[in-house]
Design a protein around this ligand. Structure first.
Ligand code: OFO
Length: 164
């Protein structure tokens, strides 16, 4: 059985993963409306991945005999100034997720909860990969530049990063 404080942290995180999925899906809609099909398909694929993270944690909590709780999920923003503004927000959001995973992981280790610590290692590795991918995207945007037809090439480059 998990410690109450760890159940609370895991449930908060379930909701945050849900929010991440909604955030990226909403961002994909902004891209779609702007004609950025590559970015839209990358972000909607990423939204599905985040939903997978939510389900992974949800399942872990109920497997321990605790109750996973889906709370209120706040609405994501709908407007962005540019592609770089949007992906900077994605990168910042991923850094926030990494911070939260690290907090829960540290708490699990301090509490001697090795099962939760082992479970969270997968998320820590995943966050490392995600931060790397979004950093690469920000680098690409900087190198190509958003002036003139730059947006077209950025969209094509990001669309080419969709995992199949
Ligand atoms: Fe991209 O964050 Fe989930 O874990």
């Amino acid at each position: 059985m998990l410690k109450e404080s760890i159940i609370k942290q895991l449930n908060d995180h379930i909701n945050l993963e849900y929010y991440s999925s909604n955030l990226y899906l909403q961002m994909s809609a902004w891209c779609e409306v702007k004609g950025l099909e590559g970015c839209a398909s990358f972000l909607s694929a990423h939204a599905r991945e985040e939903l997978g993270h939510m389900h992974r944690m949800f399942k872990y909590v109920h497997e321990t005999g605790a109750l996973p709780v889906i709370g209120e999920i706040k609405a994501p923003p709908t407007k962005f100034n540019s592609i770089s503004d949007l992906f900077t927000k994605v990168f910042d959001h991923e850094c926030l997720i990494t911070g939260r995973i690290n907090e829960i992981l540290s708490h699990a280790i301090e509490a001697g909860d090795h099962s939760t610590a082992a479970f969270l290692q997968w998320f820590a590795t995943e966050q490392h990969e995600e931060e790397h991918v979004f950093h690469q995207i920000l680098d690409k945007i900087k190198i190509i530049g958003e002036e003139g037809s730059g947006v077209f090439f950025i969209d094509r480059a990001i669309g080419g990063m969709v995992k199949h």
